[in-house]
Every structure is written in C-alpha cells, then in structure tokens.
Ligand binder design. Structure first.
Ligand SMILES: Cc1cc2nc3c(=O)[nH]c(=O)nc-3n(C[C@H](O)[C@H](O)[C@H](O)COP(=O)(O)OP(=O)(O)OC[C@H]3O[C@@H](n4cnc5c(N)ncnc54)[C@H](O)[C@@H]3O)c2cc1C
Length: 234
C-alpha cells in the first residue's frame, strides 16, 4: 500500500513510523527545509506516552511526561527514515490520487484541509496567548481576546480549536492538529496527535476504513477538546 503523509510533526512522524514498520511505502513530506524542532515543553499525557512506549521509544511511564517539543520530534524522526524536506501540500495537490491514503498532518493551519475540501473548522475559545521573547521573567500569558496582555509581547495568537464534522473525505484523512487541535497552551494537543496518528495508522494497516477509525476515536477526542477548554481561565 502507498501513503502520502503531509507534515513531519508529532502526528505525521508517528503515523509514518507505524505504516513503514508494517511494510507500507510512505512518502513523508515537510514544507520546511529541516525538521521543525522549535517549541516549549509539551505535556504528554498517559495515553500519549503509551503510544511512545508501544513504539519502543520510551520505557512505560505512569502519569504525565513533560518533553521539549524538539526532543519529541527528534525522537520520532530518528526512527522514521526518509523525509522529503522543502515539499509542501500545495506542490502535491494534483498527485493525491497516486496514493491509496493521504494523511494531512500539517498542523492547525493545515493547507491540506482546504486543498481536500474540508471546512476550515476554527472555533475561537475567547482567549489568546501572548509570548514574550525579550523578558525572560515573563512566561507565556493566556488572556481574554481583545484585552491588553500587558508588557510588550513578541507574539500574540488567538487560541483556537479545530472542530470538523468529518476527518476524512474519500482517501484523504486529517490527523493531529489539522483535524482536531485542542488549542495552544491547553496542554492536550500533543497527546491527541500521538493517539490519533497511532490509532489511525494501525487501523489502516488492519484494513479498516478512515470513517471507521474516526467513529471509534471521535468521542475521546471530543472529550479532550472539552477538557482543554476547561483549562482556560473562567
Ligand atoms: C514550530 C512549532 C512549535 C510549536 N511549539 C509548541 C509549544 O511550544 N507548545 C505546544 O503546546 N505546542 C507547540 N506546537 C504545536 C504542537 O506541536 C502541536 O499542537 C501538537 O504536537 C500536534 O502536532 P501535529 O503534528 O498535529 O502538528 P505540528 O506540530 O504543528 O506539526 C505540523 C507539521 O506540518 C508541517 N507543515 C505545515 N504546513 C505544511 C505543508 N503545507 N506541507 C507540508 N508540511 C507542512 C509543519 O512545518 C510541521 O512540521 C508547535 C508547533 C510547531 C510547528
């Protein structure tokens, strides 16, 4: 079987690893010229670390594991094999039909989502995140959108979730933030991405359809998104 995986973040790397280990031909593309290892510490909840253990990348752990995003991406990429850097979803939009399955793992702003005809699916949480680069004492700040976060932020982003009526259209399926982002700074997105990617890839290997996988995963993912919203200030 042949798969195209778009995006070498935690979701795309996990799915590729599972599919390649099962003998699938997988083309993994990443639009950046190198692995994107930037980012802060990302919480990996128990179901996420269970995925890393099942892949043989971490010893079994109980409870929450805090990992630097860069370490997680390097850990997965170290096992995954070839990545086509500098190739984006748009470069391949007219080649989707060459593959049995296309997995869009290209993050919250996923170009694959629009290219494959999914709705945008953005849900505002009413909160934004301010990051401060030049003031080491100022950590990231979550504040109501439209209010003044204080100080001089380097970057301000609205905290949004992605909620789609379906994660698959034909043979194209979205995974990770592209399908169901929980929102920056809520601490759930990486776990959801790992679990989704692992389960989707294993189900495909077992010959199940994307729709079938989605039906099994959706209640848990919806619960994680609700829990993420509850983490935001009241
Ligand atoms: C640079 C970066 C830093 C981050 N820092 C943090 C952080 O500090 N804390 C936190 O909680 N979360 C952070 N995140 C988000 C976090 O990684 C995700 O919420 C979570 O791990 C889910 O992973 P994902 O693989 O679905 O998406 P992502 O981690 O966003 O990975 C998506 C990948 O797809 C690639 N991509 C995007 N568009 C295209 C395209 N058109 N074609 C091909 N490839 C494409 C991106 O370059 C990226 O490598 C960061 C994401 C990125 C990209």
């Amino acid at each position: 079987m042949r798969a195209l995986v778009i995006g070498a973040g935690p979701a795309g790397l996990t799915a590729t690893l599972v599919l390649r280990r099962a003998g699938w031909y997988v083309r993994l593309v990443e639009e950046s010229p190198a692995l994107r290892t930037q980012g802060f510490s990302v919480p990996v909840h128990e179901r996420g670390s269970a995925v890393l253990s099942a892949l043989g990348l971490l010893p079994p752990v109980e409870g929450l594991v805090e990992m630097w995003r860069g370490d997680l991406v390097r850990l997965l990429a170290g096992e995954v094999g070839e990545i086509d850097f500098g190739v984006g979803a748009k470069d391949l939009a007219d080649r989707f039909g060459d593959y049995d399955v296309v997995l869009g793992a290209d993050g919250i702003d996923s170009p694959t989502r629009a290219l494959a005809g999914f709705p945008e699916g953005r849900r505002a949480t009413g909160f934004s995140l301010a990051l401060y680069r030049d003031d080491p004492a100022a950590g990231p700040r979550v504040f109501p959108t439209g209010e003044d976060p204080g100080g001089t932020p380097w970057r301000v982003d609205e905290i949004t979730q992605i909620e789609l009526p379906h994660w698959s259209r034909g043979h194209v399926m979205l995974i990770g933030d592209a399908a169901a982002a929980c929102g920056a700074a809520t601490g759930f997105s990486t776990t959801v991405a790992l679990v989704m990617a692992y389960q989707v890839a294993n189900a495909l290997v077992a010959g199940r359809t994307p729709r079938d996988v989605e039906a099994r995963l959706r209640p848990w993912v919806t619960e994680q998104q609700a829990a993420a919203r509850r983490r935001l200030p009241a």
